[in-house]
Design a protein around this ligand. Sequence first.
Ligand SMILES: [Zn+2]
Length: 249
Amino acid sequence: MLGGMDLEPLEPLPDDWDRALCVVAHPDDMEFGAAAAVARWTDEGKQVAYCMVSSGEAGIDGLDPETCRRVREAEQVTSAQLVGVGVVDFLGFPDGIIEYGVPLRRAICEVVRKAQPDIVITGNFRETWGGRSLNQADHIAVGRAVVDAVRDAGNRWVFPEQLVGVDPWPGVRAVWAFGSPQSDHGVDITDHFDAGVASLEAHAAYIEGLGWEHFDPREFLEGFGRQTGQRMGVPFAAAFEVFPLGWGE
Ligand SMILES: [Zn+2]
């Protein structure tokens, strides 16, 4: 899974922003790649909100979706609080079969217009995680829709029915995708690594339901964090691929 690209140095992410909105397919997505970075940002006084496209209700084999939805939403809310995030929206798209399309763009666009973020964060939506390890369909659908919905949000003629007491929002400067095999930027998470671990551990029912023997959240996050840290010359870092939204960038 390690290509030569992975050893390229990472440029530090810009720090001159105030509000971020994180839009991901499933509860637990943030915690497998970006929660420690979120903990750092909220600690610095930035506002970060979460939006889950599905509730991960198809994520536990031994649990029926309605029960699972309640369990996973509760775990996500706790997990978010542990990294300083008080707002978690659930859009209610069906876990496992999220489709890229206008309904998904419309729903994400509405959240962007209301939250008015400078930065929108999503998970890796490239075809693989690097090497041959294939990405999952929901992640790809959501990431593509995020990029498009961010543009939709700035155009008053797209989804105009949303613009009652809400303005178009052309203010998103970039979309950042964590965990991308083409990551070119990073953030030092050394001082907030433990908060990231606690945030992943909050998904206890999910982790238990995966049935991965001897899965240890700290060990798992340490592996990626350390490898990414080496690309920035720090103990632990998180990597992001940056998609600028201005023209000609
Ligand atoms: Zn996921």
